[in-house]
Design a protein around this ligand. Structure first.
Ligand code: DAH
Length: 355
């Protein structure tokens, strides 16, 4: 036993001084490898008397356990030390400023939404939001667009389930429904947001943006609608005069319905809004259909009003001279740094919208 005890003491000493995992592993093979010191001691057991063997085997096992234990504790100790040292050395101060600062830009779509919200808030509209994932009832049925109505086909809907109960909203009009269902008239809201249709070319993207407008009260008429849109377009394009024309149209949720064109001309290769003899369609509108009001528990013999839906991306393209809709959604940093806006320059009617 004294031999084994000496071996053990020597190696415990050695291990205590060691601080390298590879070297500890070398010691391990020195002791327990094929020709290791402890392994060889075990081999001797075969050539001694039964009495002695019992004692030596028990002593050897104890030493073996002790040494193996020591080895694994040591390895763990060294590894923890190394990790702590690394953490200490590689500390990053996340509060330090970046060296090469590139200031982010506000995307033109966000800018246009802010401008629109600012303009409408001036005349008493509040901003509402609805989810992108809508149910079929809010997107179509409640808006007087029953199951077999041809307008449903025109919307190229992305359905999310086989029963066609959930979909990506095809327009912002369902926010009218949500707003009226949760409140009591009068209502005077706009609802900007993302909309989706399975369509893609230079002027259509599968995801695009609309802003819905809704004004319901006693005695609201089409004159109010005209006045409101006239004010909005002048403010948005930052011009004093605007040419606007209402063309009869059809939407299931309005009666009568109209599409609105604004006059423009091309001067030196640029679109000038409000002049000239060319017309550009920018929105759909009308007086809210009595059936829609009934569906949202508003009494149509007491209340009435107008609604409109404007394509936001289109307005942004016109105002800021962007000619391909797809560029909006390509997340190209060079494009964004050219067409984007200063984040600190929030649009307001007092400070200016786009300056
Ligand atoms: N939801 C229509 C569309 O996406 C646009 C629209 C037309 C909205 C007339 C309205 C409206 O609120 O009154 O094509």
């Amino acid at each position: 036993m004294s031999d084994i005890k000496k071996i053990k003491d020597d190696y415990i000493d050695k291990l205590n001084k060691e601080n390298n995992v590879d070297k500890v592993n070398n010691i391990k093979s020195e002791l327990f490898g094929k020709n290791g010191i402890i392994s060889n001691e075990f081999k001797k057991l075969g050539s001694i008397s039964v009495e002695e063997r019992k004692k030596l085997a028990s002593d050897l096992n104890k030493v073996k356990d002790e040494l193996q234990n020591k080895i694994s504790i040591k390895i763990q100790e060294i590894e923890t030390k190394e990790i702590n040292l690394k953490l200490e050395k590689e500390k990053i101060d996340v509060t330090l400023p970046e060296r090469d600062i590139k200031i982010g830009k506000i995307h033109p779509v966000s800018q246009v939404i802010d401008e629109i919200s600012s303009i409408f808030s001036e005349i008493g509209f509040s901003v509402e939001e609805g989810p992108d994932v809508e149910n079929e009832y809010n997107n179509f049925t409640a808006l007087n667009t029953p199951d077999n109505h041809p307008a449903r086909d025109m919307h190229d809907t992305f359905y999310l389930d086989n029963n066609k109960e959930l979909l990506l909203r095809t327009h912002t009009s369902p926010v009218q429904v949500r707003t009226m269902l949760k409140g009591k008239p009068p209502f005077k809201i706009i609802a900007p947001g993302r909309t989706y249709r399975s369509d893609s070319d230079q002027t259509h993207a599968p995801m695009f943006h609309q802003v819905e407008g809704l004004h319901i009260d006693k005695n609201i008429n089409m004159g109010h609608l005209k006045g409101c849109l006239n004010y909005f377009i002048k403010e948005f394009f930052e011009v004093d005069k605007i040419k606007m024309r209402f063309r009869p149209s059809h939407f299931p949720f309005t009666e009568p319905s109209a599409e609105v064109d604004i006059g423009y001309e091309i001067k030196n290769g640029k679109i000038v809004i409000g002049e000239g003899d060319k017309w550009l369609e920018i929105l759909g509108c009308g007086m809210v259909h009595p059936n829609v009001l009934k569906n949202v528990k508003v009494n149509p013999s007491k209340y009435q009003g107008y609604a409109f839906g404007i394509g936001i991306d289109r307005l942004g393209m016109l105002k800021y001279g962007i000619n391909d809709l797809r560029a909006f959604f390509e997340t190209d940093y060079r494009w964004l740094s050219h067409f984007g806006f200063d984040p600190l320059d929030v649009p307001s009617n007092y400070r200016g919208l786009s300056r």
